[in-house]
Design a protein around this ligand. Structure first.
Ligand code: SF4
Length: 697
């Protein structure tokens, strides 16, 4: 096979169309942007190309079983035999359940098969995907505001926007191609860029206006802006009257503008600046800085309220969450914590009947409740409510809050880790199942603007690694015959089963097939037939129809309730996390094996105030959960009083807080209280008071 093959980049949810070229040695020889691809017209970024052609991670090439404390090679038969006997044992116990943790990095086909096995085969409520760690608050907000998941706009709206308001996101680093379109839109149309972020990120450094709220106060700021918009009368009265509900309740719930601005740590003039910018046609993008909060849903809804109140809905405008993982969107259409395939409501009888009939499993086996979510599942493992856990393409031992404790829990459980690369989670496993990765896998993915496209296998996986889909089916069929065909599965047939099950739903894929994708390369849902595809959602030639019961968009009323872990004398600094250019998530594909120590960024003023906490360029960051030694870089882009660590190093989440948003179950990963101590004094006690003076300015 030597020709260029069309495929889709799986490094982030922009979903760039790529061409890949296999080489004779079984590796991809080259990858480049696909100029004929309708999503990105040949655009790509360096990270996407580099990590596809030559990922740095260490591959797993054969099944492994822990014997005498060590992971040792085993045959597939032995490994699958051990896995399925432990799974059957767990299912046979009274109230026996299996924790299944999936990923936004799986193809649609693998995500669908895993959800089918977890919910329909095992009947477990303890199933979730790591998309809950990053997008659940946005999803929850969309459902409540519009009655359906996913952002209304598409990439086609970016050139037409005049104001680009980016809130708690850094697309210049995380979504380079989308960011390029944003900057081109600004340059071409004399537009403006406003960025809300406590840190001066790469994106913020480019902004016409950079707004730096106090960490964890985004909801207060959003409500202050709403109050300013309403005070100024800059509201879209006709749109509000004809297409929304709850406006009066919203107005009555708003805090005093001055008080909310003060809570957010910004001036009234700054609030007014955002309010004024919204009078132009605005796309309001947001990311993990909004979602990863105990009030993530409330904050995302407040951002949607800003769009609704100002009439920033329709072409060239609207709320647009920026998805991180490549197939987070697809994962949610296939099966997720709160919905069945096609976003069918979890507890609705008609939906449950349709799913049990399609899967040919008893209705009574489908779990009654969607379960406690990613963090709650690990809590259930910690309590011993469940003893067996299966992770697929996810690294909770590094990606979850209070990661040190998560690692302990996973070590104590019977853990099956299915992955392509060694990871912090694989280290804890009892059985490791080697999986194919991108470039080796046939399937589809769905990008952040709802476009489904093909991913293609250019080369064979190394050693005896197998397709995710085939591993899932092999386990499923050993537990219940007939749930899947005998592996190897045909991905096109699995996609056809998924798309049929979504027919007539809000996330209708019925009109999408592999044949259509081969021809058109990418098709946006909803696509109820083979001729049409989705565009701007809820809007058709000037008329609006939302998926809520009333058919109207719903305003919200949440107000800022304080951060879950306020600073105090013992922990006087705020910790936040972010991304570095060219590094992938928890870093397993891009982390050099010898980089054990994270590099923290701290404002020089903060360093100056706590010189005693540093020793030869290193310090110890301590939270109420754990402490980690880091190297320190003085950096004026970090506000005084804040410590910034990259999400890519497993040390970061040892420190973070496992509190979750009660509406979305998404953890509060972006803010917690820490202090700094000298590496030579790891036994620091608080009796002598903090080693860093309290400074909340
Ligand atoms: S922007 Fe994202 S999808 Fe596009 S090439 Fe880069 S990593 Fe891949």
């Amino acid at each position: 096979m030597s020709d260029w093959q069309p495929t889709t980049c799986m490094r982030c949810a922009v979903g760039c169309g790529h061409l890949q070229k296999p080489a004779a040695d079984g590796k991809l020889a080259a990858v480049k942007g696909h100029a004929g691809h309708p999503t990105t017209d040949g655009s790509k970024c360096k990270r996407g190309i580099d990590e596809t052609v030559d990922p740095k991670g260490e591959r797993i090439t054969e099944p492994l079983i822990r014997r005498g404390g060590e992971l040792q090679p085993a045959t597939w038969d032995t490994a699958l035999g051990l896995v399925t006997s432990r799974f059957i044992e767990a299912l046979g116990n009274n109230d026996g359940d299996i924790a299944v943790l999936g990923s936004g990095q799986q193809t649609n086909e693998a995500a669908y098969a895993l959800g089918k096995l977890a919910r329909g085969g095992f009947g477990t409520p303890y199933y979730d995907s790591n998309t809950t760690l990053c997008m659940a608050s946005a999803v929850s907000a969309y459902f409540k505001a519009f009655g359906s998941d996913a952002p209304p706009p598409t990439y086609a709206d970016i050139p037409d926007a005049e104001t680009h308001l980016i809130w708690g996101a850094n697309p210049a680093t995380a979504h380079p191609v989308v960011y390029r379109w944003i900057t081109e839109s600004i340059a071409d149309g004399d537009g403006q860029l406003l960025v809300v972020d406590p840190v001066e990120t790469k994106t913020a450094a480019d902004a016409d206006t950079h707004i730096q709220p106090t960490a964890g106060t985004d909801l207060a700021l959003a409500r202050a802006v709403l109050a300013a918009v309403i005070d100024a009368g800059d509201v879209a009265t006709e749109f509000i009257e004809n297409h929304t509900t709850g406006y009066e309740e919203l107005v009555n719930s708003l805090p005093e503008l001055e008080t909310a601005a003060e809570t957010a740590g910004v001036s009234l003039a700054t609030v007014q600046r955002i309010a004024d910018a919204l009078t132009d046609r605005t796309l309001l993008y947001w990311g993990m800085g909004v979602n990863q909060s105990v009030q993530g849903t409330g904050t995302a809804r407040a951002l949607i309220d800003l769009c609704l109140a100002t009439g920033n809905m329709g072409p060239g405008s609207g709320p647009f969450s920026l998805t991180g993982q490549a197939n987070s969107m697809g994962n949610r259409v296939c099966s997720s914590k709160n919905t069945w395939p096609g976003h069918r409501p979890f507890t609705e009888t008609t939906a449950r009947k349709a799913v049990s009939a399609a899967w040919d499993v008893p209705l009574s086996r489908l779990p009654e409740t969607p379960g406690p979510g990613f963090v709650g599942i690990v809590d259930a493992l910690a309590r011993g409510d469940i003893e067996v856990c299966w992770t697929v393409a996810t690294n909770p031992a590094a990606g979850m809050p209070d990661a040190g404790q998560v690692k302990n829990v996973l070590r104590e459980s019977f853990l099956v880790a299915q992955d392509a690369f060694y990871s912090d989670t694989v280290e804890c496993a009892d059985v490791v199942l080697p999986a194919a990765t991108w470039g080796e896998t046939e399937g589809t993915t769905t990008n952040m603007e709802r476009r489904v496209s093909r991913v293609r296998a250019g080369v064979e996986p190394p050693g005896s690694a197998r397709q995710d889909l085939d591993i899932i089916a092999a386990i499923g069929n050993r537990i219940e015959t007939g749930l899947f065909p005998e592996p190897p599965l045909e991905p096109a047939a699995v996609f056809a089963e998924l798309s049929e099950l979504t027919a007539g739903t809000k996330a209708d894929l019925a009109g999408i097939s592999y044949d259509r994708l081969d021809e058109e390369l990418a098709v946006r849902w909803p696509a109820p037939d083979g001729e049409t595809e989705g565009g701007y959602r809820y809007h058709n030639e000037g008329s609006w129809s939302f998926e809520t019961e009333s058919g109207r968009a719903q305003f919200s009323t949440a107000t800022h309730s304080g951060v879950p872990e306020p600073l105090d004398a013992d922990y006087p600094l705020v910790l936040t996390t972010g991304r570095c250019t060219g590094v992938y998530n928890t870093g397993i594909r891009s982390r050099a094996p010898d980089v054990e120590v994270a590099n923290a960024r701290v404002h020089p003023e903060t360093i100056g105030k706590c010189l005693g906490a540093f020793d030869r360029g290193q310090t110890v960051i301590e939270s109420r959960r754990d402490s980690v030694t880091v190297t320190v870089e003085a950096d004026e882009s970090i506000p005084p009083g804040m410590v910034w660590v990259p999400i890519h190093n497993p040390a970061a989440n040892k420190l973070t807080l496992p509190e979750v948003d009660p509406e979305s179950d998404e953890p509060n990963l972006k803010q917690c209280a820490v202090c700094l101590t000298a590496p030579s004094r790891p036994d620091r006690t608080t009796a002598d008071g903090p080693s860093v003076p309290v400074d909340s300015d």
